[in-house]
Design a protein around this ligand. Structure first.
Ligand SMILES: [Fe+2]
Ligand SMILES: [Fe+2]
Length: 287
């Protein structure tokens, strides 16, 4: 019998063909940033699936990016956000559709971290805040795979977390010989996402491990801690980890900066909650 890691890697290889992922995603999967694919060609592929493009536009216009309702076409989204972000959003909207039904708490957690990361990246004047929000939106994507593909293991994890008062990631390492950060990394590689999205997903629990995109990773890490501390959403356990000193220093954070970030995030979380409720109520976006 396969060991656990091999089993999970096999599941991820097969995830490309998850029945819930529309065919468009498979096509997008092969469109890496540096393939000479024009914005026009990519817009055509996304737009060929009306429901998907409506969902992508809804995410683009949500509180995560701060465009609030101004992006009306997939081409515009591609020009404003770039191929990688739109590709990731197409993937996110499909994956989160599964999450909405199964794990609302994790979906809200992910959206909360995305908004917080966006506020932080802008406040700290970091480059590519949209890429950072997108990485934040996907940071716990490995947990979705555990939840939907390893249902039995997920139940064991939940029981273990309750019994021993562990963080989810600790329970995963004990039971799965890997964790959701590594599973998320495997998944992101399968989808050919760029390194600047992969690193924050892979290293958000260990910022030190991130070498090339450490600022983005640090932002996602701090945003994750802040959202857990705020009690918004549910990521799988109730423990709030410490902000890693390497992340604090890398971003040049101060108590005052952190407070002003938290203040700004608090207002936006109301919007995120409404967005989540709207999605759960089953309103299909207008196409
Ligand atoms: Fe995580
Ligand atoms: Fe998280």
């Amino acid at each position: 019998m396969d060991d656990k890691r091999t089993e999970i890697r096999r599941i991820i290889r097969d995830t490309k063909s998850l029945p819930t992922l529309p065919g468009v995603i498979a096509k997008l999967g092969s469109m890496a940033e540096n393939n000479a694919i024009s914005v026009h060609e990519m817009a055509r592929v996304v737009s060929s699936d009306q429901v998907l493009s409506a969902k992508v536009l809804r995410l683009v216009n949500s509180a995560f990016y701060g465009f609030s309702g101004r992006v009306s076409t997939v081409s515009n989204a591609l020009i404003l956000l770039g191929v990688n972000v739109v590709k990731s959003l197409a993937i996110s909207s499909s994956i989160f559709e599964i999450m909405e039904k199964n794990v609302v708490g994790l979906w809200e957690h992910s959206m909360g971290v995305a908004v917080t990361a966006n506020v932080m990246a802008k406040k700290l004047k970091l480059p590519e805040p949209e890429e950072t929000s997108t990485a934040a939106l996907l940071h716990d994507i490995g947990k979705v795979i555990i939840k939907i593909k390893l249902q039995e293991d997920f139940d064991h994890l939940t029981a273990r977390i309750g019994e021993k008062n562990l963080m989810m990631i600790e329970a995963e390492r004990e039971l799965l010989e890997t964790d959701h950060a590594e599973i998320g990394e495997w998944l992101a590689r399968t989808w050919l996402l760029p390194e600047k999205l992969i690193e924050p997903i892979a290293c958000h629990h260990n910022v030190e491990k991130s070498v090339v995109h450490q600022s983005k990773t640090a932002v996602v890490h701090v945003a994750d801690v802040l959202i857990k501390a705020s009690g918004f959403g549910f990521s799988g356990d109730d423990l709030v980890p410490m902000i890693q000193p390497i992340a604090w220093n890398k971003l040049g954070l101060t108590e005052a900066l952190l407070e002003s970030i938290i203040e700004e995030v608090e207002d936006k979380l109301v919007e995120v909650k409404n967005f989540s409720l709207e999605i759960q109520s089953g309103d299909e976006p207008k196409t």
